[in-house]
Design a protein around this ligand. Structure first.
Ligand code: NAP
Ligand code: ZN
Length: 348
């Protein structure tokens, strides 16, 4: 079945309308008519091959929400008409230790990305959510319990939500903990909302003075302009955890020095160019750690969606028509996004 999509045929090409094929649903597949898809900075990194290894044509998008339009004969969990989500993964081996623990994102045989992943479907790599329809194994389909009117603003939870929720949970953000969130973009603004809802004392770090008021409205108890050394110094040695969502290379020492003894700087941003090597003294003298975290498993993604529905959390979004995605990318590079672009699939 051919459906409309937006994608790029090369790294230096803008996105353009294209037709892509979707398989007929197999016995365990769920077919989803896409309503909205969020625009993640990873889409931009991939389309422009900033990480290398992009397969073209590239149809990005892994913050997908929509309605089930068909299910395979063996599908038990979903029915036609259900409101569902699809995030960053559409398959994993299902039998390694990581999959056994519900950590499909760390699948030892490699999970299949929602886009740019290897698949048996032609042309051999997956196409993401900048399209009208997607067909996904039911194990990778999420249930949406938010009110229908919030659907567009739920889409970014499928990546930005889980990518911040998972490390906040893993490093025990909650009452009595001082948590920093670095970069107020798509991930960062959800990180602020979720850490606040978990009960932590939240400090937002931004390079954009103009985001200060918004950061408080999102749930930050304090806001620090990270380019201001005096403001940074006032928080030296005080954080349990800092979650760094920045999409560009930057100095990590400015943040490791703000951690308490045994505090952790968790990197989720994956910039095109590496960060300067961190100062080792900053780590060894206080047993501080630098860690990384990748999205979250399927069970945890459902837990996050239900947590957000229960706390009334959605993303702050700006709707964008498919023809304007490149303009949205350029604004994202300039940190000018409040705070997630979402594509209305009706504009494809
Ligand atoms: P985004 O919306 O573009 O937000 C990134 C924010 O970082 C900007 O809004 C800006 O916030 C800050 N920033 C940008 N350039 C900066 C610079 N040179 N120095 C300091 N701060 C800067 O991006 P996103 O969609 O949230 O994604 C963020 C990163 O996470 C990307 O690299 C993406 O690929 C990665 N990612 C990782 C995972 C994972 O599983 N680990 C999942 C999804 C995305 P301020 O204006 O507040 O400074
Ligand atoms: Zn993403």
């Amino acid at each position: 079945m051919s459906v409309k999509a937006y994608g790029a045929i090369a790294a230096d090409n803008p996105l353009e309308p294209m037709a892509i094929a979707r398989r007929a649903p197999g016995p365990r597949d769920v077919q989803v008519e896409i309503a909205y898809c969020g625009v993640c900075h990873s889409d931009l990194h991939t389309v422009r091959s900033e990480w290398g290894g992009t397969r073209y044509p590239c149809v990005p998008g892994h913050e997908i929400v929509g309605k089930v339009s068909a299910v395979g004969a063996e599908v038990k969990g979903f029915q036609v008409g259900d409101t569902v989500g699809v995030g960053c993964m559409v398959d994993s081996c299902g039998h390694c230790a990581a999959c056994g623990e519900g950590l499909e994102q760390y699948c030892e045989n490699g999970f299949t990305g929602t886009y740019n992943g290897a698949t048996a479907d032609p042309p051999g790599h997956t196409f993401g959510g900048y399209s009208q329809r997607i067909v996904v194994d039911e194990r990778f389909v999420l249930r949406i319990r938010h009110p229908e009117a919030q659907l567009a603003a739920v889409a970014p939870l499928l990546c930005a939500g889980i990518t911040t929720y998972s490390p906040l949970r893993h490093w025990n953000a909650g009452p009595g903990k001082k948590v920093g969130i670095v970069g107020i973009g798509g991930l960062g603004h959800m990180g602020i909302k979720i850490a606040h809802a978990m009960g932590a004392h939240v400090v937002a770090f931004t390079t954009s003075e103009g985001k200060r008021r918004d950061a408080h409205a999102l749930g930050a108890d304090e806001v620090v302009i990270s380019r201001d050394a005096a403001q940074m110094q006032a928080h030296a040695g005080s954080f349990d955890m800092i979650l760094d969502t920045v999409a560009a290379s930057h100095d990590l020492d400015a943040f490791t020095s703000l951690l308490k003894r045994d505090g952790t700087l968790v990197l989720v941003g994956v910039p095109e160019h590496p960060h300067p090597s961190p100062a080792i003294g900053n780590l060894v003298f206080k047993r501080r750690a630098i860690a990384g975290s990748l999205i979250g498993g399927i069970a945890e993604t459902q837990e996050m969606l239900d947590f957000c529905a229960g706390h009334g959390l959605v993303a702050d979004i700006e709707m964008v028509a498919a023809r304007d995605i490149d303009k949205a990318y350029d604004r994202m590079v300039r940190s000018d996004v409040k705070y997630r672009f979402v594509i209305d699939a009706a504009t494809l």
